[in-house]
Design a protein around this ligand. Sequence first.
Ligand code: NAD
Ligand code: 2YG
Ligand code: MG
Length: 259
Amino acid sequence: MALLTPEDLEDLLNKLRQSNETIKASTGKGITEICEDVYGTRPASQKVAIVPITAGNGVIGNFSSSLLAITEYFGLEGYITEHPDITGYHQAVSDGADILLMADDHMFIAHNLKSRKIAANHICTGVIYSEIASRFIHAGSKDVLVIGLGRVGYAGTEHLVKKGFNVYAYDPNTEFMEKAIEELGVNAYDSADPKKFSMVFEATPNANTISEGMIAERCLVSTPGIPCALPPELAENGDIDLVMEPLVIGAAAMLYSVF
Ligand code: NAD
Ligand code: 2YG
Ligand code: MG
């Protein structure tokens, strides 16, 4: 699994502001309103504790401080525990924190200790990025293209299918494709039989997974994937709206899902 780097997290709130402008222009609503719509919740002065975790590849520079900035951006009080791991967990619970945020190399969770709600980043990221793609105001149909059916992509696909969208999906992993066709009823996207989409949800760890033949002239590409799915020559096209941000949008969805 590709892990975030401290460089990915530099200038994060500026990246969020840019993404939010694109989200507003292409869907009519900003990230806060979309989270409220999806989860039916609002912040209510919860206290958020961020527990750094040293397991596996260890603490990522800027990760905890970024989560603190996100917490404060959504109007909540937060802090990073003095110690990592179990000692930090003990401190957070003893302090009366409402919500814990913490991640190892495989899972990034938000846990509301009062309501017992728990959220996983890969699910919330899939839900919120696919939701953003599905709200494109210039879309002429309910067809959405999904690229990548891994942990994030599958969750987003399930969300789109539940919402009644007509999903076309592509993943080179034939097992994932078969599962999505059998369990979710998606259509297989076939590059030999090209079709152009105005709504694209991309969730792969690879660059340049989107080609010109897949996208309509006016389209919205919503992708949590790092690096960028759009080849540079397409990304420069002013008619393609691109929502791509390394942490905040997914983390915001996690918070709203446990409020
Ligand atoms: P994953 O490994 O579970 O799934 C990735 C999937 O992409 C795999 O099924 C793989 O076969 C598929 N894939 C690879 N190349 C492809 C291609 N050219 N076309 C179609 N499918 C292709 O990964 P994941 O956990 O689902 O994460 C996906 C990406 O999202 C990663 O880059 C991860 O770092 C990123 N991510 C970002 C955020 C965020 O907040 N921005 C949050 C979580 C994950
Ligand atoms: O506490 C820390 O600093 C570390 N243990 C955090 C580790 C996070 C690892 N996860 C990732 O890098 C991502 N694949 C998941 C985070 C979602 C945002 N892209
Ligand atoms: Mg994100």
